[in-house]
Unconditional design. Structure first.
Length: 110
């Protein structure tokens, strides 16, 4: 399972990638154009329904929703600095994926 993707990002415009980098998230958000390509979704692959949604708002700022039911996390943030947003998202993805992988590993019999 080491080579299996832990998440997938899909932009409203149809682009989709496994295990996105911080740079890729930055580029996808930089390319947002309302109304046809204004958001992206990053979802865990087989990991309990966690996700992040990044959306361009009409005022040019971004809204980021972080959701992980297993950890009871649900928060929404807004910001304008794409570098900071991409970093926050990639750090949250890494922490969340690590939590879920550890949880799955603990549940498997030895």
């Amino acid at each position: 399972m080491i080579g299996d993707p832990y998440c997938r990002v899909e932009a409203e415009g149809g682009e989709a990638y496994d295990d996105p980098s911080e740079d890729l998230l930055f580029e996808l958000m930089r390319d947002f154009v309302l109304p046809d390509n204004g958001h992206l979704i990053v979802e865990g692959v087989g990991d309990g329904g966690w996700y992040v949604v990044a959306a361009l708002l009409e005022d040019g700022t971004y809204e980021i929703e972080f959701r992980d039911p297993a950890r009871r996390v649900h928060r929404v943030e807004t910001g304008a600095d794409l570098s900071e947003i991409a970093n926050d998202v990639i750090v949250w993805i890494a922490d969340t994926a690590r939590f879920h992988r550890a949880r799955v590993a603990q549940a498997q019999p030895m």
